[in-house]
Write a protein that binds this ligand. Structure first.
Ligand code: NAP
Length: 244
């Protein structure tokens, strides 16, 4: 039996990709999963198909009101959240030179990937601190370690996630709250389709790239970080595809 069994995890961006794969793996291990995302129908369907106990909660991480109402919208016995997976993220309008893209898209990427992640963390951290127990896993990116032309806002957002994760881990060290960051390279998900607002372009983007990771590969990294004993903190896991 997993050490995670019986815990409650909240996963942002659980309607597809890495978030959904993680929800699947965690419910299999007996974790009660609260899946959050904006697309209600996709989220409801995804949560209903999970092998274990789950709940769907519509949430826009970039919307302060939506985040602030989140806990009060959950049934009372789901409000003590042990694990937060800060996974929601996007790069809408990305893969364009900075001056050629739309400023409002760049700012939207920062709002979702940085402000959103901070807002959800701020909501759940007080409960974790009161209980002296919690684990936050932030989904960064290899673009949090380097830059890629065409991705200025996205790389900036993931550098921020990296700095935020490193700092939180130090701030809560010894207080029962562990902070881990998982930094994936290319993963084949709905991410590219959302970036280009086109399923077809999303598909050809991954086809042209060649070998990518799968969402399950990253879910395994997240579960590995979560399953370590209390004295061991996985600070970062970087996983990249075997791509020439
Ligand atoms: P994905 O399949 O597009 O999933 C993104 C998830 O985030 C969806 O469930 C989406 O759901 C949700 N989301 C987006 N904006 C949101 C918002 N404002 N509020 C709430 N939920 C929101 O892509 P993915 O690859 O699994 O991405 C997951 C994370 O991995 C992201 O942080 C991404 O930056 C990171 N990552 C991905 C790759 C890659 O190559 N795919 C590489 C490195 C890191 P709704 O649209 O229903 O809200």
């Amino acid at each position: 039996m997993s050490t995670l069994s019986g815990k409650t995890a909240l996963i942002t961006g659980a309607s597809s990709g890495i978030g959904l794969a993680t929800a699947n793996m965690l419910t299999e291990k007996g974790v009660r999963v609260i899946g959050c995302a904006r697309r209600k129908e996709a989220l409801d369907q995804a949560m209903q198909a999970l092998p274990g106990e789950s709940l769907a909660a519509t949430l826009d991480v970039a919307d302060t009101q939506s985040v602030n109402m989140l806990l009060s919208r959950l049934p009372e016995d789901w409000r003590e959240i042990d694990i937060l997976i800060n996974n929601a993220g996007s790069d809408v309008g990305g893969r364009q030179r900075f001056d050629q893209g739309r400023l409002q898209d760049w700012l939207g990427t920062i709002e979702t990937n940085v402000s959103g992640l901070m807002q959800v963390s701020a909501l759940l951290l007080p409960g974790m601190l009161d209980r002296g127990d919690g684990h936050i896993v932030n989904i960064g990116s290899t673009q949090g370690l380097t830059g890629v032309a065409g991705c200025a806002a996205y790389a900036a957002s993931k550098h921020a996630v990296h700095g935020f994760s490193e700092t939180l881990r130090q701030e809560y060290a010894g207080k029962g709250i562990r902070v881990s960051e998982v930094l994936p390279g290319m993963v084949r998900t709905e991410f590219a389709a959302t970036r280009f607002s086109s399923e077809e372009r999303g598909r050809t983007f991954y086809d042209d790239y060649g070998q990518s990771l799968e969402a399950d590969d990253i879910a395994r990294c997240i579960v590995f970080a979560l399953e370590q004993p209390p004295h061991a903190v996985v600070s970062q896991i970087v996983m990249v595809p075997d791509h020439a």
